[in-house]
Design a protein around this ligand. Structure first.
Ligand code: LCS
Length: 393
């Protein structure tokens, strides 16, 4: 079925465009490393690009392509590449668009390793970076230098839930000839479509909402046009960031239920956030669906819903937060997010522990911050679990 003009939910189920010869309802797992040519000339034509054909799984595979085609359609992009992890997607973008003498501007609170690798590894290759609070567009403008090539955003940011105005940031970056990449992991294309807001590149850790079942690690990069697609495809294929066909198949299966998973998790999250906001032992909470969120209006404008991620502080700081994390029973004390199960974790000692204390504090990742990814369980059970843990503080 041609799903180009179909609605989002129909795309989730039917997009991909790979049909197998036996008419299977679901694109099969082509668990093969290599593909047989009909004859030597056919092989040569496949390599020259004269004829479209599969050659070798790192360069292309029907199960992987089915997932890539679907992601490109969902994000309204030209094309997508999928990668072995979200970090492989992040590094695909860095390698494709940065090099010796170039400079990147980014938000100070992004996923820890996305910043860590840029500050630790990329200076070895002559790449510079500046991290500022991009929720204030004036800071982006101030950080731009004559050699700035890429504005790398993550919104809502992990784990501070800070929201950057994508359209405004794009306007500023494009005036300076920079490309804009948005890590859309916290939203998925069901909630936010950065390319529609003017961004050039969008990426995901598909480990999270896209797959949604906490059983694979994966990533993807989607681009606005062919020129950018060719650059990310070159890196993915030649650095060898490619995804395995079985992993791609599981991800494509998980993706089919994206809308209903997100709607349910979001409905639960609204209720959990309302519960936490009025709980006497909660000091503060940041959730884009609460009017108390500093960018509540922007979230309403830019996102189709507030999602299911939030962070909060318990009165009594880190010690009190640990009491909560150590006493939940339904929520898993585990990193990752965006799955069907509720997860709770402590960024300062876990996902963002490799940043310096100063970097964390400047970014708002305080020692007392607890991050919650609300799942699709019965909301009464999630609330009772948190209520019990909070009662022990
Ligand atoms: N981007 C964001 C926003 C992320 O949250 C993560 C992982 C990545 C990229 C990297 O993706 P991965 O390689 O893990 O698939 N975030 C994690 C987190 O917050 N807890 O555990 C992993």
């Amino acid at each position: 079925m041609d799903t180009k003009k179909a609605g989002f939910n129909s795309k989730l189920i039917h997009a991909g465009g790979i049909e197998d010869a036996l008419g299977s309802a679901v694109t099969p797992i082509y668990q093969t490393s290599t593909f047989r040519f009909k004859d030597a000339d056919h092989g040569a034509r496949c390599f020259s690009g004269e004829e479209k054909g599969y050659i070798y799984t790192r360069l292309g595979n029907p199960t992987i392509e089915d997932l890539e085609n679907t992601l490109a359609e969902l994000e309204n992009g030209y094309g997508a590449v999928v990668t072995a992890s979200g970090m492989a997607a992040v590094n695909t973008v860095y390698l494709a668009f940065l090099g010796a003498g170039s400079h990147m501007v980014s938000h100070n609170s992004v996923y820890g390793p996305s910043r860590g690798v840029m500050e630790k590894l990329y200076p070895n290759f002559g790449v510079e970076s500046t991290y500022v609070d991009c929720t204030d567009p004036a800071n982006i403008e101030k950080a731009i230098r004559s050699n700035s090539k890429l504005l790398y955003l993550e919104t809502p940011a992990n784990p501070t839930m800070g929201i950057t105005d994508i359209a405004k940031a794009v306007e500023i970056a494009h005036q300076h000839g920079m490309l804009v990449c948005v890590d859309n992991t916290f939203c998925s294309p069901y909630i936010q479509k950065p390319l529609d807001l003017g961004a050039d590149i969008v990426l995901h850790s598909m480990t999270k909402f896209i797959n949604g079942h906490a059983d694979i690690v994966g990533g993807c990069v989607v681009t606005r046009n062919k020129e950018l697609y060719d650059k990310v495809a070159y890196v993915m294929k030649n650095v060898g960031f490619n995804m395995d066909p079985h992993q791609a198949w599981l991800t494509r299966r998980g993706l089919k239920t994206l809308s209903i998973r997100i709607e349910r998790a979001q409905e639960n999250a609204r209720k959990v956030a309302a519960f936490l906001e009025k709980h006497p032992k909660i000091e503060w909470i940041l959730y884009p669906g609460l009017e108390s969120h500093p960018q509540y209006e922007l979230a309403k404008k830019q996102m189709a819903g507030p999602g299911s991620m939030m962070s909060f502080g318990v009165k009594g700081g880190l010690k009190a937060g640990k009491t909560v994390m150590d006493n939940v029973h339904l929520a898993l004390l585990a990193v990752s997010l965006g799955g069907i199960e509720t997860l709770i974790q402590h960024p300062a000692s876990m996902t963002h522990s490799k940043l310096s204390k100063e970097e964390r504090e400047e970014a708002g990742i305080t020692d007392g911050l607890v991050r919650l990814s609300v799942g699709i369980e019965d909301v009464e059970d999630i609330i009772a679990d948190l209520d019990h843990a909070l009662s022990l503080v």
